[in-house]
Each structure stands twice: as C-alpha cells, then as structure tokens.
Design a binder for this molecule. Structure first.
Ligand code: PLP
Length: 238
C-alpha cells in the first residue's frame, strides 16, 4: 500500500468527493428533493488524522467515528469546534459519559440502558445530549437497535427522557444488494418517524440512513443524513 499522507488523502478526495456529491444530487433530484436536505457525514473511522485534515480542507465538517477512544483522540488533535463530531458506532454503557463529552450528535442510541446512561451523563454535565435513536429495520440479529412489538411506544418513552434531545432516527440496512430489501428497511424507518410524530413523540425529523453502497436508495426514501466512509476515503485497514 502507498504511504498515507495528507496529500494522498487530499488527492483522493479531489476525485471522490465530487463523485459522492453528484450521487447525492442525482438521487435527490430523482426523488424531487433538494440535495441541501441531505447532510454528508464523512466517516473517518480507521483512517489516520491525515484523512481528517484532508476532509476538513476539502470542506467536509461533519465527521463520523465509531469508537469512543478514536473519536476522543481525533477531536483532541483537531479541535472540538473545528468540526461537528458524530458518534455512529455501538457504545458500551460504561463509556456513555465519554461519548456524551466527545460528540455533537450520537447516532447510535440502540437500547434503553444506553439511553438512560447517556441522559444521566448529559444531565450531570448540565446539558442535553443530541441523539438519534437507532432502529433495527432489518431484523438481523447482528444489527443493533430498537425493534419488535411496541417499538413506537418504547421509542416514544425514550424520546421523552430528560437529558436527551432526540433529533431523529438512524438505521443500518442489511448487507445485501437486493434493492427491494434495502428500500424496505429505509422506508420502515421513515414510516416509524411518521408514526412517532402522529402520536406527538418529541422526536425531530432527521433520518440518518445511507452508506457507500446504498446512499441512492436511502436518499430516495427520505434520508436527511448519509454516513459515507469507503466512497470518500477508500477501503479501511480494519
Ligand atoms: C462504517 C460505517 C459507515 C460508513 O460505511 P461505508 O460503507 O464505508 O460508507 C456508516 N455508518 C456506520 C454506522 C458505520 O459503522
């Protein structure tokens, strides 16, 4: 592999970022939506600081990480206010306070216990935690997230918890190529959001869905935040 430098990431992004933006624009256009309604989170997980620096230079200011330690490290190096920091990966409950301290938006509130711990940590810090509630829309065991019977009621309860500001929902589609299966998963998230609004749950309208392989389908189904790693930075080492 060629050595990873800020220059090589910059050169890569010079090609990949316009391509990703075009994918978003086309998908939004085809769905009669404005591309401005889709926020691009650049997923820098498993890439070095050089990738983060190149992303910032290229104008990407929403950065996503899936490990609390890596998020803390990069945020400390780059500066808390230089980017908007997104925590997108599974969080151990005992790291809830660290996740709250290091994130501007946590996408992966995937269970009651974590919601409680994150809320407690935010209250202790004298603030609200901005979060998305993660839903398992595919039924795959390996995928985290709220699911099953009574999911609307449970999400409503979590959203009403003091210390949390629930700005929307998040999902990960199954790892398949079948467009129908992917659309179904994303549509389920959008419908869940609509049902929560119907019953007056304090849930914002963000829908974090869509990754490198399925962003067009997610945008067509109403995604407002796509989380893109591979298409921007290339394959990860881990
Ligand atoms: C790694 C990751 C992504 C980015 O995936 P790519 O396929 O590389 O675009 C998005 N969301 C989550 C939760 C991830 O863990």
């Amino acid at each position: 592999m060629s050595p990873v430098t800020a220059e090589s990431y910059a050169a890569r992004l010079a090609e990949t970022l316009p391509a990703v933006r075009e994918r978003i624009e086309r998908a939004a256009g085809a769905a009669g939506r404005s591309p401005d309604g889709v926020r691009l989170v650049a997923v820098t997980k498993a890439h070095p600081l050089e990738a983060v620096r190149a992303a910032l230079d290229a104008g990407l200011t929403d950065l996503g990480e899936n490990r609390v330690g890596e998020l803390e490290g990069k945020r400390a190096e780059i500066g808390a206010d230089t980017a908007t920091w997104h925590m997108i990966g599974q969080i151990q409950s005992r790291k809830a306070d660290r996740a709250v301290a290091a994130s501007d938006l946590i996408h992966s509130i995937d269970r009651d216990k974590l919601a409680r711990k994150v809320a407690q940590a935010a209250i202790a810090a004298g603030r609200h935690a901005r979060v998305l509630l993660q839903v398992n829309t595919s039924g795959e065991d390996a995928k985290g997230g709220f699911e099953g019977d009574g999911v609307v009621e449970r999400l409503h309860e979590v959203a009403a918890r003091d210390g949390l500001e629930v700005v929307g929902l998040m999902t990960m589609a199954p790892f398949v190529d079948d467009e129908r299966v992917l659309s179904d998963a994303f549509r389920r998230l959008r419908e869940l959001s609509e049902r929560l609004h119907e019953v007056g749950a304090p849930v914002g309208s963000e829908l974090s869905m869509g990754m490198t392989n399925d962003l067009e389908i997610a945008v067509r189904e109403g995604s407002t935040i796509v989380r893109i790693g591979t298409a921007l930075f290339g394959e990860r080492v881990r």
